[in-house]
Design a binder for this molecule. Structure first.
Ligand SMILES: [Zn+2]
Length: 268
């Protein structure tokens, strides 16, 4: 069995960021990276204990070099850095499943901690086939197109609810209950680590129940930018995307795997 764990940094326990700042510039960023590492490590240990031969840990927050790599289980391999041509670098149909740790709810989710879709400064929302989506559904669909199911999500409670709305089969651990963008009731970080270890083991034992998640193809994708100026910049960078409103660009993609979140400073 082979697995990839996608790891973001907004979703771990006891992480809320600072108002008006990106997480990377917030007071708790160092803790966010350390706790994301502990949560990813717990998931990896559970996978190896369930019989995994290979676990890739994909560090995907910001520029993709956040985790305390030497504190991950030494059997893991690490995918890091920015500029990969698509989501889930290295994933192919030989993998058993993917997992997400440290994830967050989609842009616009009321009460959710640091809810955003790739960049809170850039996008008001992203739609696929007319439906608002976040990184959880998009990443699940990219994996799904390779025939690989998303089986587990660790996130704040709003992110877990969102994941189950798209994928009722997915195992979840809610790390904290958001009460607003930068305020939460959080479980103790050590307890979350234990819960992730337990729930990932359970998710692997339910592999037969897991489904691949995909959107109907070709996918109609629409990006709503925060401003007309950002939409103009997006139009220049994105080639064949077309304006569908003053702040929105639209394109038809052959599949979700053709989605580029543009790398560099764009994603948060
Ligand atoms: Zn992030």
């Amino acid at each position: 069995m082979k697995f990839v764990i996608g790891v973001d940094c907004e979703g771990p326990a006891c992480v809320v960021g600072d108002p008006g700042a990106a997480l990377s510039a917030s007071r708790d960023f160092a803790f966010a990276c350390a706790q994301a590492t502990r949560e990813a490590d717990a998931a990896a240990r559970a996978l190896f204990d369930a019989g995994a031969e290979k676990v890739l840990v994909w560090d995907n927050h910001g520029l993709g070099a956040n985790l305390e790599f030497d504190r991950l289980d030494a059997r893991c391999d690490v995918v890091l850095g920015t500029g990969f041509p698509r989501r889930w670098p290295g994933l192919d149909e030989t993998f058993t499943a993917v997992l997400t740790v440290g994830y967050h709810a989609m842009a616009g989710t009321a009460g959710a901690v640091m809810a955003h879709t790739y960049s809170s400064e850039t996008y008001r929302w992203i739609k696929v086939n007319g439906q608002k989506v976040g990184e959880l559904a998009i990443d699940a669909a990219v994996a799904g197109e390779a025939g690989v199911p998303l089986i587990f999500v660790a996130s704040d409670a709003h992110g877990c609810d969102e994941a189950r709305r798209f994928m009722p089969w997915v195992g979840t651990v809610a790390t904290k209950q958001g009460m607003g963008r930068h305020v939460a009731f959080s479980k103790h970080p050590a307890r979350v680590v234990d819960e992730i270890y337990q729930e990932v083991g359970l998710a692997v034992s339910r592999l037969q129940e897991m489904r691949t998640f995909t959107f109907d193809t070709p996918v109609e994708m629409e990006l709503c930018y925060r401003s007309f100026l950002q939409a103009c910049r997006g139009r220049l960078r994105r080639g064949d995307w077309r304006f569908s409103g003053l702040r929105t660009l639209r394109s038809r993609l052959d599949s979700m795997s053709h989605w580029r979140c543009m790398g560099g400073r764009d994603p948060v």
